[in-house]
Design a protein around this ligand. Structure first.
Ligand code: SAM
Length: 257
């Protein structure tokens, strides 16, 4: 996977991309990250990438020509790619979207600044507009890092085998169960006995139930995407949880994203 980031602040990316799993993925050749400075594609001698909005109003707007030239230089026709604008007006970036994007060969991530980009650039060059949440950032750089991080860890071989993404929160319409580690007793609080029992079937049952309880409590809308095997359904019925899930679905309180 090639991530191509278009930004007017290339230095922003140096440290975050040199740490942890994203760093290892680059070293192992599983991902490549190219940072493109939009200013290098500015057409005037002052390297202007923004200008005042037509019609007046506050702030500045990113000019279309440098953005267009930068996208044309970044797109690799030999890769099946996607040109993405980070924007608070975009569709919400979710785990399901991260999984879909992980199937492409290149993601071109355009970071806006100021009041955003000229609409004509968006109309002509942008294939997808993504928001990382209902708040406004000063620029798209943090959002691009979020997309790179979330997509990178889904690519084959990026996570170690003990670190699978398949059981993460959101991957099957559930939040992940709580985790515990040594010491067995911390400030008077004991880790759940069943997790120390060595009985793997009992541990799986406990984790499923905790996961469903947590999701019902915090994010019931996610359960629209959850599918349970007959054995899991039996466990959840016994715990009195399956009826709650069915009731939510029947009332239409759960909508699939
Ligand atoms: N005036 C714009 C509006 O109200 O929709 C906000 C522009 S914002 C200050 C500047 C840039 O930050 C945007 O062009 C976008 O690239 C990025 N940005 C801000 N919030 C974002 C979010 N929630 N998700 C993704 N990108 C965001």
């Amino acid at each position: 996977m090639l991530f191509s980031v278009l930004t007017i602040f290339p230095d922003f990316f140096h440290s975050p991309l040199r740490e942890g799993i994203v760093r290892r993925a680059q070293q192992d050749g599983r991902i490549e990250i190219g940072i493109h400075d939009i200013r290098d594609y500015a057409v005037d001698r002052h390297r202007m990438t923004d200008d005042r909005p037509f019609g007046g109003g506050e702030g500045m707007v990113m000019k279309p020509e440098p953005l267009a030239a930068c996208v044309r230089a970044a797109v690799r026709p030999d890769r099946a790619g996607r040109v993405i604008l980070l924007s608070p007006k975009g569709e919400r970036f979710t785990q399901a979207r991260a999984e879909r994007l992980a199937g492409y060969g290149q993601l071109v991530l355009i970071c806006g600044r100021y009041e955003g980009v000229d609409e004509r650039f968006r109309d002509r060059y942008v294939e997808e507009e993504l928001s990382i949440g209902d708040y406004v950032l000063t620029g798209g750089e943090l959002a691009a890092l979020v997309v790179i991080d979330a997509v990178c860890r889904l690519l084959p071989g990026v996570l170690g085998c003990g670190d699978s993404a398949a059981n993460d929160s959101f991957s099957r319409g559930l939040l992940k169960h709580a985790q515990y580690t040594r010491p067995r007793v911390f400030e008077g609080m004991e880790a759940p006995e069943v997790l120390l029992s060595g009985d793997h079937a009992a541990i799986d049952r406990y984790r499923l139930v905790e996961s469903v309880r947590l999701t019902l409590e915090r994010r019931p809308e996610l359960l629209a995407l959850a599918r349970f095997s007959p054995a899991e359904e039996k466990i959840l019925r016994r715990e009195g949880l399956y009826g709650q899930i069915e009731a939510l679905t029947r009332r239409g309180s759960i909508d699939a994203d």
